[in-house]
Design a protein. Structure first.
Length: 219
């Protein structure tokens, strides 16, 4: 009976905008090669004591993917997520508009989100190691965190990436890895690229960008 109902529901959804949610679509903002690299970073840092930190987690698709890799690879350590769960802040957008000559209308994404939706997604996938915080990364109290073994920074704009790098690097384990997404010039999210390059220049660190847009920092 339930199978018949489910089939009917799916058939009806096929003819409506609901088909986007009923039929599988690739919803990652990373390519398969980029996801594979992130998994390799988890493998490389598995023996380090620090937690894993994901800054900018949106709906949790990448979070689930990486946690499933951890599950199947026997990697057990805390996984911390920080996000506004309401899109970019007005302060960060204004910096892009008035200091970097960007179009404000391009920064309306990621607003259809809630922390409880993210937490439910994690729970539905049988994951218990993830702890989420709803916060503006510029205001987040990093004193609440201990050492970090691997960090993904995926907050796109100049100011939050700059803040994240300055705060996370001091907590990074020796041998730890930071990956900054959107490190690519001349595009809408190139604030991330500018912040990454400035951070490296100020600390005389090696610039390494792979797979089109992943900026790497190792310690």
């Amino acid at each position: 009976m339930f199978a018949s109902f489910l089939k009917l529901f799916k058939e009806l959804a096929f003819y409506t905008p609901l088909n986007y949610y009923v039929f599988y679509t690739y919803r990652y903002n990373f390519t398969p090669a980029q996801l594979s690299f992130l998994c390799s970073c988890l493998d490389q840092t598995k023996t380090l004591s620090g937690s894993i930190l994901e800054i900018g987690c949106a709906g949790g698709h990448t979070t689930v993917f990486l946690n499933k890799h951890m599950e199947f690879s026997g990697i057990e350590k805390p996984y911390i997520c920080i996000d506004t769960f309401s899109g970019f802040t007005e302060f960060d957008i204004n910096h892009e508009v008035f200091n970097r000559a960007k179009d404000k209308n391009r920064y309306t994404g990621f607003r259809v989100n809630k922390k409880k939706w993210f937490d439910y997604t994690i729970q539905q996938n049988g994951i218990s190691r993830v702890k989420s915080y709803q916060a503006d990364i510029n205001q987040f109290d990093f004193n609440s965190l201990t050492n970090i073994s691997f960090c993904i920074i995926d907050v796109d704009l100049y100011l939050p990436v700059k803040t994240a790098l300055e705060k996370v690097y001091s907590l990074l384990d020796e041998g730890g890895i930071i990956v900054v997404d959107d490190c690519k010039p001349n595009q809408i999210f190139d604030g991330a690229y500018q912040a990454y390059c400035e951070f490296l220049s100020n600390r005389k660190l090696e610039k390494k960008i792979i797979l089109d847009k992943l900026g790497i920092i190792s310690k």
